[in-house]
Design a protein around this ligand. Structure first.
Ligand code: HAM
Length: 428
């Protein structure tokens, strides 16, 4: 027996209609982000390991235990990107785009890789759609990014989402709040697991990401990043909140939000959907005013977000596609040429799919296949009245007609060959 191959754990294959939902989300991103002046950037999936250590942070879960890291044949340590911001920043610096014109607006969609425990909505290869805005230090940057995000979510049919917002301040204020948190938790950490103890000593703010009830309990009443903000960061935060209210962006304060990556400064945000069982975040983002400089570029403030596309598609409302489905059934091989020609005419005239039974199995078998397609198409919400079979056989050829059958009712009528396209107008 030959070996049966399986997709690697935590990865999956996508077929229609699911693959189409991903494509639709990406098309909406292109349209909405494009209307804000964002252009698409594509960066490699492979980057040097050090890039992520220096940006996402060595003590974060992502770098500590979730990266796919390996040595290439020359012994260089490479990593399959666990997120896209670091790669975009690297590319912006490397290609001299920090010199302007500013602000620089970029968006992306692509696969990311994290060695996490797979479960619903969590994969080892998953896709993100994201955007990064460089060169806007003021709260206007937050407003543009969040307005664009909500326009995008609105375009996909989401209605009642709100964004959780917090500020983690500057590197100095993060350091101060981390110290205070460590002092607060030290006496309460006896029941923490080994990994959370490591975080307590190396990077206490990361404990806010923990799902362990013991840690969550201990964090109740603990100091928060907001208690340690410097005056400028506090003012920035108040201005962000004021402008979001004016822009009618639905947000709420979430003082325990710190996000699982170390590059953030000041504003951080996240959207969680109740539609996802585990209450996982659909998207997250924030400001990272020091990252460009710390990766070797000039000082350049930046802000962005990334949406988990798999979770987005899972939680998104399903609009019913308006397109039609026409199935052309040649009775025998001699009707195939005519069927192919007619299909081409109809495809030019109509949206939706026109499929030819290339096996020319005859009407009976062809209709059996048609009924299966009909069931599938109605299951994905296609309008049942817009599903037709077009029959081409000896009788039709002789009379220079085609027979059109509505799959919903089974009704059939003869239509002159020269009028088929017109007949479908308003029907398909
Ligand atoms: P992140 O919060 O690590 O942020 O990831 C963003 C989103 O990616 C998450 O909210 C989630 O929806 C999705 N995601 C993460 N891990 C998985 C997984 N294993 N399976 C499925 N979806 C997942 C970032 O990546 C930052 N680069 C966001 C950013 C951009 N900040 C500024 N600019």
């Amino acid at each position: 027996m030959s070996q049966r191959y399986r997709a690697v754990k935590g990865t999956r294959d996508l077929f229609p209609p699911e693959s189409e939902r991903f494509a639709n989300a990406e098309a909406a991103a292109r349209r909405v982000f494009g209307s804000y002046g964002y252009g698409e950037v594509r960066t490699p999936c492979l980057e040097s390991t050090e890039l992520f250590e220096r940006s996402v942070g060595e003590t974060t879960d992502i770098v500590h235990k979730e990266m796919y890291t390996f040595k290439d044949r020359k012994g260089r340590s490479l990593t399959l990107r666990p997120e896209n911001t670091a790669g975009v920043v690297r590319a912006v610096i490397e290609n001299g785009l920090t010199a302007g014109p500013l602000p620089l607006r970029l968006w992306y969609a692509g696969p990311q890789f994290r060695y996490e425990r797979p479960q619903a909505g969590r994969y080892r290869e998953f896709r993100q759609i994201g955007a990064e805005l460089f060169g806007a230090a003021s709260p206007a940057g937050e407003v543009e990014i969040l307005t664009m995000l909500f326009d995008f979510l609105g375009a996909l049919g989401f209605k009642s989402l709100s964004v959780a917002v917090n500020s983690v301040g500057t590197a100095a204020s993060r350091e101060a709040s981390g110290k205070a948190l460590r002092a607060y938790l030290e006496s309460r950490s006896s029941s923490f697991g080994e990994d959370d103890r490591r975080k307590l000593s190396e990077n206490p703010l990361r404990l806010f990401d923990s799902r362990d009830p013991a840690v969550r309990g201990a964090l109740e009443g603990s100091p928060r990043t907001l208690d340690f903000l410097d005056d400028d960061s506090r003012q920035h935060h108040e201005e962000v909140r004021r402008l979001l209210t004016r822009a009618s962006i639905p947000f709420r304060d979430e003082p325990s939000l710190v996000r699982g990556l170390d590059y953030y400064t000041r504003t951080v945000f996240e959207v969680v959907s109740a539609d996802l069982g585990a209450q996982d975040a659909i998207l997250g983002g924030g400001r990272y005013d020091n990252l460009v400089e710390s990766l070797g570029g000039p000082p350049l403030p930046a802000i962005g977000f990334a949406i988990g596309e798999d979770r987005l598609v899972q939680a998104a409302p399903r609009p019913s596609p308006a397109a039609s489905l026409l199935l052309i059934l040649p009775q025998g091989p001699e009707d195939l040429e005519e069927a192919l020609g007619l299909a081409r005419e109809l495809r030019v005239a109509f949206p939706g799919a026109v499929e030819v039974d290339l096996l020319a199995r005859g009407f009976k078998k062809g209709m059996a296949r048609g009924n299966t397609l009909f069931e599938e198409a109605s299951a994905r919400g296609l309008d049942r009245e817009k599903i037709f079979a077009v029959l081409l056989g000896a009788r039709e050829r002789g009379a220079e007609t085609v027979s059109v059958k509505r799959l919903a009712s089974g009704e059939q009528e003869m239509v002159p060959r020269g009028e088929v396209v017109r007949w479908f107008e308003g029907r398909a």
